[in-house]
Write a protein of this length. Structure first.
Length: 319
């Protein structure tokens, strides 16, 4: 299987990442174990989570996804087959200082993540969102310490704007701190403009790996939402899909996905992910699965190579 480097980190990953925010939300532990077995068993290796997953579920407090992954790593013994990516910065509690990218909070949060993940190191530790209230130098100096301690191999940024990412990289180079090797933005066939305008050229110029989220546009690009009667199909509910995607442009994109799927004898989900993997700036899109059939689509998408005509059809429909 093809492997790609995460930025200039030296860490090699297969071209698709598993998103795990669904663990202990719409996926219980037993199914999560089966999904992880299938994903890693296929030769894929990048697993993306965050300390805050899945705090939004009633009764959860955050850390659930990391805990499920940690339990699986211990049972399976496959830590050396996995590139483990997690994040810090989102609100984890109601108390003061329970979020952000301050030195004090990161040092506390990384120990909690390591404990839940049952590992002694995190391969890719990502700032989940920009923290304008903490000096960039403080955050990067903290990451430098964690790298020196062997607790973190590389760092990444999620949901950063181009100017703040550029400022962070400049500071890292001046101070000899670790450099953000990856960016995690929202990007898919429908949500193109924001990423392609500034972030994509910046990442290409600076050799930053991109692991984009919502690769299937919250399920819309699978083709399962086509009419208002389809809104109850998704575990997350369909209102936001209708508001964001079920419009003239969205239907045009689904039509293009259908055309390419028929041409290549496959399905829209696989085509949508293959389109992302074919983008020169994308290292590995992130996608999640809630059952083994969906996991089969994820795995198969890696083997799907789009011809120039198919890419042109998709680009024109989504432009």
């Amino acid at each position: 299987m093809e492997h790609r480097e995460l930025g200039k980190s030296g860490i090699k990953v297969a071209p698709l990442a598993l998103g795990t925010n669904v663990f202990r939300w719409t996926v219980e532990d037993a199914m999560a174990d089966k999904l992880l077995d299938a994903f890693v068993g296929s030769g894929l290796n990048l697993i993306d989570t965050a300390d805050v997953y899945s705090k939004w579920v009633p009764g959860n407090t955050g850390g659930e996804s990391e805990t499920v992954i940690g339990n699986w790593l211990k049972k399976s013994g496959k830590r050396n087959q996995v590139v483990l990516a997690t994040k810090v910065g989102h609100t984890m509690g109601m108390g003061e200082g329970m979020k952000g990218l301050s030195r004090k909070y990161i040092m506390q949060a990384v120990e909690a993540s390591l404990r839940r993940l049952q590992t002694d190191h995190i391969d890719l530790y990502q700032s989940h969102e920009d923290d304008p209230n903490t000096p960039i130098e403080e955050t990067l100096e903290t990451y430098s310490l964690l790298v020196k301690q062997g607790k973190v191999r590389a760092i990444g940024a999620s949901n950063f704007k181009a100017d703040r990412l550029a400022e962070s990289i400049e500071i890292s180079k001046k101070r000899d701190y670790p450099v953000y090797q990856t960016l995690q933005p929202m990007y898919n066939l429908y949500d193109r403009a924001e990423y392609e305008k500034e972030l994509e050229p910046f990442c290409l110029k600076n050799g930053i790996g991109v692991i984009c989220f919502y690769g299937l546009a919250k399920g819309f690009l699978t083709g399962k939402y086509r009419t208002k009667d389809d809104l109850n199909k998704g575990a997350h509910g369909g209102t936001r899909v209708v508001n964001n995607y079920m419009n003239e442009r969205g239907m045009r994109i689904l039509g293009a996905l259908d055309e390419v799927s028929n041409h290549l004898n496959t399905n829209p989900a696989r085509v949508a992910l293959a389109w992302l993997m074919a983008r020169p700036s994308i290292t590995a899109p992130i996608a999640s699965a809630t059952n083994l059939k969906q996991m089969e689509d994820l795995i198969s998408s890696v083997e799907l190579k789009l011809d120039a005509h198919s890419i042109d059809v998709l680009n024109k429909a989504s432009s």
